[in-house]
Ligand binder design. Structure first.
Ligand code: FES
Ligand code: FES
Length: 162
């Protein structure tokens, strides 16, 4: 016997575009973003809140979207990695990650970029300790992290080694 889950209306802004949908109450925000909106830049890694690959920005704050229900964000303003570049022009963080070697396999990169973007929006000139602290919820298996910190400082126009 199949049961039909009740659906709930959801309205939000995603990367500046209004989005309206009907979702089951238990649909995770990460699944809604990837499977319903087809914004697959946001990654599913651990799905337990550990790796940070699913990080998006919700109302200006980084959020691990695998831990949060879509319906909790009715009315929210959400940014995903797809919203960073302007057409062909990369966001300064994307440009710096590429130039500074802040990515290798790239799986962690969307989450790293969104955590870094939220940091720079709040603190345009962070020091290295602030970058490390704000990216501490994002795991990377490839880079050893120092190039990521360097890339964020580079994007902020802060001299390396601060
Ligand atoms: Fe969300 Fe790992 S997939 S924290
Ligand atoms: Fe591979 Fe970070 S670049 S996990």
């Amino acid at each position: 016997m199949t049961t039909t889950q009740p659906m709930h209306p959801l309205a939000m802004t995603v990367n500046g575009q209004p989005v309206q949908a009907q979702v089951p109450a238990r649909r995770m925000l990460s699944d809604f973003i990837r499977d319903d909106l087809h914004l697959t830049g946001t990654k599913r890694g651990c799905e337990t809140g550990v790796c940070g690959a699913c990080t998006v920005i919700v109302n200006g704050r980084p959020l691990k979207s695998c831990l949060s229900l879509a319906v909790q964000h009715n009315g929210a303003e959400i940014r995903t990695v797809e919203g960073l570049a302007e057409g062909e022009k990369l966001h300064p963080l994307q440009d710096s990650f590429e130039r500074c070697g802040g990515l290798q396999c790239g799986f962690c990169t969307p989450g790293m970029l969104m955590s870094a973007c939220a940091l720079l929006d709040r603190t345009p000139k962070p020091n290295a300790d602030q970058v490390r602290k704000d990216l501490s919820g994002n795991l990377c298996r490839c880079t050893g992290y120092s190039q990521i910190v360097e890339a964020v400082l580079d994007a902020a126009g802060v001299a390396h080694g601060n």
